[in-house]
Ligand binder design. Sequence first.
Ligand SMILES: Nc1ncnc2c1ncn2[C@@H]1O[C@H](COP(=O)(O)OP(=O)(O)OP(=O)(O)O)[C@@H](O)[C@H]1O
Ligand SMILES: [Mg+2]
Length: 500
Amino acid sequence: MFAKVKTFTLIGISAEQVDVEADIRSMGLPSFNVVGLAEGAVKESKERVKSALKNIDFNIFDRPITVNLAPADLKKDGSHFDLPVAVCLIKASGMIEENLENYALAGELSLDGKLRGVAGILPFVSSLPDKTKVIIPNENVKEASVLKNIEIYGFDNLSEVIEFLNGNKKEAYSEEIVFESGLYDLDFADVRGQFFIKRASEIAAAGMHNILMMGPPGSGKTMIAKRIPTIMPEMTIDEAIETTKVHSVAGLLRDNKGLVQKRPFIITHPTASDVAVVGGGKDAKPGLVSIASNGILFFDEFLEFKKNVLEVLRQPLEDRVVTVSRANRTVVYPANFMFVAACNPCPCGYYGTEKECVCTAAQIQKYRSKLSGPIMDRIDLHVVVDAVDIKELNKLPEGENSLKIKERVVVARDLQKKRFVDEKINYNSQMSEKHIKKYAKISNEAFDTLEVFHKKFKLSARSYMKILKVSRTIADLENSEIVTKKHILEACQYRFDNIT
Ligand SMILES: Nc1ncnc2c1ncn2[C@@H]1O[C@H](COP(=O)(O)OP(=O)(O)OP(=O)(O)O)[C@@H](O)[C@H]1O
Ligand SMILES: [Mg+2]
């Protein structure tokens, strides 16, 4: 007998429909073949399905069985094929009554027939026509319920699925998604003093400018970086869905997690490989640049990273998407993150502080050599963070809280949204020279001030443009149409040109 059910395979953060077809012949030698460009986990699916079915007393493997995954020219990967293959076999053997035309299934099986959560469920349900009935592991129902037009049925094991398809009805899962605010446990109020770096973080968040902080150990760089998501505007529903899809494909939502509402904050350490950062590998999975999309990607100990890792960051930083290639497939993932980096001023960490620095001039120069690399060209704000004396700090009052700072950031973001409505960009940091000429709106006095600074520090053309972009954001934070001298003077402070 023949049966067919629907499932999916992933291409980037989209899902393509795959039909699982099973044919069980009544005569012939026992065999079990899966055809249709099955790769990796799908090939192994055969063994899991066989054991799971045997363990729930479905002994159909004494006959010739063929499973086809259509369309044949599309590569299929993922452990979620187990459930559709198993259900299709049971249907083909005549032991399921329900017509499966309106159903779509996905889930991994353990050898004893339990269902395990899988990656890619949100892209899967988003690709289905309205009113489709979806059968998935219970671990994935929260994620699937982000979309309202689909009927979701979650189960813990294969036997329950079969009982359901044979008339043991149950309610579709539904959960009202409440869009929450104030989701963060951290707050800028915890950071005492350090007004300069806090202000730089506000400007960075307002114009989506990448930022590099340089300072001695314990000066609060990591503490501040972690608080930047708390001053960014709330995610829109589209941003939240996009982020959830990436996290789903990366397999981060298996544990019954739903819509990702907090902006991601991803810390990367110098031991990270280039594949871990940009994505790829055997199964073309998204990397940290995509997982951080719509949030922050934080490179701690920035100057300790290997050159090849910094090299591969260039494309996503420029394009805000990343192209991941695997043997004969290329997928594109979003990579719309704000880049935040932190480093020490020298290998021992104390150059320029009251503590004695034990590094030689040559060591310091070598350590800082990466500061002129290609990634530095993509970082608009360079900030020197001063050492702090924790005892003294504790005497200072609490800082301004994240909510207050966020209000100013939101004003600046709204102005940018209006400004760039007819352009292909969204933030001041993305402005090209053409945009800067059109939108910077700099006063004569401000222009003269920039010229003085330009001559004094022999600014490169690139630095000159960055100061203009950053000063546009500073003006936006004040809701000012015109960039004035004050804005230029402040923007000039966020450059390392005088120390590298
Ligand atoms: N401005 C501050 N206000 C309150 N606490 C602070 C401040 N700066 C530092 N601290 C305290 O010091 C701790 C260490 O700070 P943090 O880890 O952010 O330093 P860092 O600059 O990242 O150091 P490293 O270079 O070693 O990574 C923080 O967890 C916090 O408790
Ligand atoms: Mg740190």
